[in-house]
Design a protein around this ligand. Structure first.
Ligand SMILES: [Zn+2]
Length: 269
């Protein structure tokens, strides 16, 4: 791992849970994707394994599956950030069925969270669902959205549903997880790479595509619009960095993806 020392690294995509429910939550995600989870979703495990991989900062998040969970999850994320000794940047959660979206977005801002994580397939909404318009309006120009994108089994987060949103909300920054389309990597990239308000992360993808294909996707978006993320707790952070390092990029392109692009988007100092 010594050659990694020269790069500063932020993990832009980490799911965390309170210790009591971490294993269960992690297992549920593994079941949904039929991928066995490498780690357990606890904060201590993230710091231990991320630290071993040379990752110095983590963008942490959790997804509410009911409107009832929104405030408690946002407070959990904010508390985790407060206790992280400057190592965490937090993203909030929102739910399309919330009774008071203004209140939820204000709470996210007041808690000092830097963006919002949404997961269409797990939260059960289509990206262009009319219930989502309010969320996009409220987040535009204020809170970047890290959006799970792509699943060849469902239609919730299809790139076709994201395109009109990117077109309509031009000042809404969206980061599409998994290169904009998990399991439909190339098709998603073709459709989405032209939107300037769209970024992607490379999480949960490098296990399935060759370094050559990954490079092709990265170059389509441009190396300033790709963020490194591990989708903790799904993968071993060390192995993910090893996979990333197999992509033929220059040192400065790597540094942009591993750190600079994420630092800029979320104002991480
Ligand atoms: Zn995620």
């Amino acid at each position: 791992m010594n050659r990694m020392k020269k790069y500063k690294i932020i993990d832009a995509h980490c799911h965390i849970y309170p210790d009591k429910i971490a294993q269960k939550a992690s297992d549920a995600t593994g079941k949904f994707y039929d991928i066995s989870m490498f780690l357990d979703g606890k904060i201590s495990t993230l710091l231990e394994h991320g630290g071993k991989a040379g990752i110095e900062h983590f963008v942490v998040q959790s997804v509410a599956t009911t409107p009832m969970q929104v405030s408690s999850i946002n407070n959990f994320i904010a508390n985790s950030v407060a206790q992280s000794d400057g190592k965490f940047t937090g993203l909030g959660t929102l739910h399309p069925d919330s009774e008071d979206m203004h209140k939820d977005v204000d709470e996210i801002l007041n808690l000092g969270l830097k963006g919002v994580k949404l997961h269409p397939d797990i939260q059960g909404f289509e990206i262009d669902d009319s219930r989502m318009i309010k969320i996009y309006e409220l987040c535009e120009g204020r809170l970047p959205i890290l959006m799970h994108t792509g699943d060849n089994r469902y239609d919730y987060s299809n790139p076709n549903r994201l395109m009109p949103v990117l077109q309509t909300f031009k000042n809404l920054t969206v980061i599409g997880a998994h290169f904009g389309g998990w399991s439909i990597w190339e098709e998603a990239t073709e459709k989405l790479c032209k939107y300037e308000n769209f970024y992607v992360d490379c999480s949960s993808s490098l296990y399935a595509i060759t370094p050559k294909k990954a490079k092709k996707l990265i170059m389509k978006y441009g190396t300033n619009r790709v963020l490194f993320g591990t989708d903790y707790p799904m993968w071993d952070p060390e192995a993910e960095i090893e996979r990333f390092m197999q992509i033929n990029l220059t040192n400065s392109q790597r540094q942009d993806i591993l750190y600079n692009n994420t630092a800029k988007l979320f104002d991480i100092k």
